[in-house]
Design a protein around this ligand. Structure first.
Ligand SMILES: [Zn+2]
Length: 280
């Protein structure tokens, strides 16, 4: 993004933001790659892109297809998506974890259930601690889905990482995001975080773009000192709100999970509603 445009933007007030955005639309050129490339592998060969981890095989597949695969969905039995879990590090904050379970379970058909030690299933969430807050993506056939939840993770981060563990990607990676945000080029990113803003060929299940999604980053997220805008909202009302509307899971987050898992009807029945009860 040309420096002069950025300076103008930084001086913008909410009142002038729409004008600035119009100006920026003609000047900003997003230089982010269509796919996140060149991420160095970790010691075990996995790749950590922001807070989503991929095995080497998953990463290659993502680069090749750049598509949100339905194979990452957990199996559903009798209308319930039962996601088993184990806690392999006793220092994980189980109080926050259970609150986050309840938040997702209250309006979806997903149930998180603790496994007995003797349970030999291969596919489950493995709550552990390894550096940052991050998660692998969704169900992984034949292997566990590790979710790292160190003490630095907030309640919202717990909800967010559970979102990844169920198969949700980041909102700003959606295939239609350019109709809703501008990803600013030329920003000094924290190491590796530029790839967080890649445009992906996601399946959106007819769910509208949601600035208030718990899976959306804030408008300055990823910049070197968290002080530069990395995204502009094309609906100016959401410039300072994106990724920050609330600590609560949004209506569209719930709707997306229920749609992905084909259980909107079950959810409505469970809460004795004939149709969608609310909108954001
Ligand atoms: Zn994330």
């Amino acid at each position: 993004m040309p420096l002069v445009t950025l300076k103008i933007f930084q001086m913008a007030t909410r009142k002038t933001l729409p004008t600035i955005l119009t100006l920026c639309l003609s000047l900003c050129v997003a230089s982010i790659n269509a796919t996140p490339m060149d991420m160095p592998p970790r010691e075990d060969g996995s790749v950590l892109v922001g807070d989503i981890a991929y095995s080497a095989e998953e990463w290659e597949s993502l680069l090749a297809k750049n598509l949100q695969s339905l194979k990452i969905l957990w199996p559903k039995t009798n209308g319930v998506v039962n996601i088993p879990y184990k806690i392999s590090n006793p220092e994980v904050n189980t109080a926050l974890m259970e609150q986050a379970f309840s938040a997702w379970e209250s309006k979806t058909c997903v149930k998180f259930s603790k496994m007995a030690e003797s349970d030999k299933r291969l596919e489950y969430l493995d709550f552990m601690i390894k550096g940052y807050c991050y998660s692998y993506l969704g169900y992984r056939k034949g292997i566990t889905t590790p979710v790292s939840l160190p003490s630095s993770c907030t309640f919202k981060a717990f909800e967010h990482e559970l979102g990844h563990s169920m198969g949700l990607r980041h909102e700003m990676n959606r295939s239609d995001r350019d109709k809703h945000i501008i990803v600013i080029s030329g920003v000094k990113y924290k190491p590796g975080l530029d790839s967080q803003f890649a445009l992906m060929n996601t399946i959106n299940f007819d769910i509208p773009y949601d600035y208030c999604s718990i899976m959306h980053y804030k408008d300055k997220a990823g910049s070197e000192h968290d002080d530069e805008h990395t995204m502009l909202a094309l609906d100016a009302r959401f410039q300072t709100l994106m990724g920050w509307c609330s600590t609560n899971i949004s209506h569209w987050n719930y709707k997306l999970v229920n749609t992905m898992y084909n259980c909107t009807d079950d959810w409505l029945k469970a809460c004795k509603q004939a149709s969608e009860p609310c909108k954001n």
